[in-house]
Write a protein that binds this ligand. Structure first.
Ligand code: ADP
Length: 311
């Protein structure tokens, strides 16, 4: 079952086509990564999902029905531009915003208490928002985004401005929300987080969808038959057969490490058999391309192809 279906959505600003006939679907309960270079159209799509703006043509379905006003309470949105009232006190502001999302005062208080204890920030309650660092404000905004327990979370750059510890904390919380059944769409340039938490991704470039699907399947699709292997051996392997190209070698303390590309016609078993004669195999792994590499490759490929078509 899809929680979101975007069907042939086009959106034009006065002189710029921000989304051109984009279709995608988001299955319930997954973490979906919305990726793309600056200016690709990601924020425009997010704004359409939030009903801040409407598409010029095309449809968005939420749980199978056209997205409408009543769905807003089921959606949590962490915008990239964090709009907090700086002069208000943290607790007061959190309560105010939680109540705006339809929670009663007691409910809001109870849930905020839970999150403030969980994030160990109880002592922020009476501070002014402006006294918090950017990262601290971000944590507060995260709490406000999830406090009404939305079914669908839209996170625009949730890790920007966070140190590695807080990035990890937010990542873990997102995984926990997923375990509880929340569907999450994340727009981010933090590819390590994409690798870690996204089940599916969509790559948007120049207002077009250029790639989407299951993250592991995409990595498999773009793999280049490269293997990492480590041998316990006194000396390096002098020559590899033609079917293999050694991309990297390093030797230390009686261990030889290689990164090897297996060319067409060869396979990983042949490589393994070959190296076994030179020492004990300590490690043998396929190296899949990183999402970062796939992102760059696909965007560059699309840009050079579109230049040829529209010189
Ligand atoms: P992304 O989030 O991927 O960086 P955006 O959706 O913000 O991309 O923007 C896509 C394109 O649409 C950009 O070229 C941007 O300048 C343009 N754009 C976005 N919002 C507006 C607007 N309100 N008016 C005019 N152009 C806009």
């Amino acid at each position: 079952m899809n929680i979101i279906e975007v069907q042939n959505v086009t959106k034009k600003y006065s002189n710029h086509l921000a989304l051109d006939n984009v279709s995608l679907s988001i299955r319930k309960g997954i973490v979906y990564g919305l990726l793309g270079p600056n200016g690709a159209g990601k924020t425009t799509l997010i704004r359409i999902l939030n009903q801040i703006t409407a598409p010029d043509s095309g449809t968005v379905l939420f749980n199978g029905n056209p997205l409408s006003r009543k769905d807003i309470e089921k959606i949590g949105y962490l915008p990239e531009e964090r709009g907090l009232y700086k002069k208000m006190k943290v607790g007061e502001e959190a309560l105010y915003l939680a109540r705006l999302k339809g929670l009663s005062k007691d409910e809001a208080m109870e849930r905020l208490k839970y999150w403030f204890i969980k994030f160990e920030i109880q002592n922020w309650w009476n501070k002014k928002v402006e006294e918090l660092s950017k990262g601290m404000q971000q944590k507060l905004q995260f709490i406000i985004t999830v406090v009404h327990r939305p079914d669908f979370l839209i996170m625009d750059e949730p890790f920007s401005g966070l140190d590695p510890i807080n990035t990890n904390l937010i990542r873990q919380e997102l995984m926990e929300l997923k375990r509880q059944g929340t569907t999450i769409i994340i727009s981010t340039h933090n590819m390590a987080s994409v690798e870690e938490i996204c089940d599916e991704i969509c790559l948007i470039n120049k207002s077009h969808k250029i790639l989407d699907g299951n993250l592991m399947e995409i990595k498999q699709q773009f793999k280049e038959n490269i293997f990492s292997l480590t041998l316990s051996a006194e000396r390096e392997i002098p020559v590899f057969p033609e079917a293999f190209s050694v991309l990297e070698t390093s030797t230390s303390a009686n261990q030889c490490h290689y990164v090897v590309k297996v060319h067409e016609g060869g396979n990983s078993n042949q490589l393994l058999k070959f190296v076994m004669d030179y020492g004990n195999v300590l490690e043998f792994n396929e190296i899949l391309p990183s999402m970062n590499d796939i992102f760059i490759q696909q965007v560059e490929k699309y840009n050079s192809e579109s230049k040829i078509q529209n010189p």
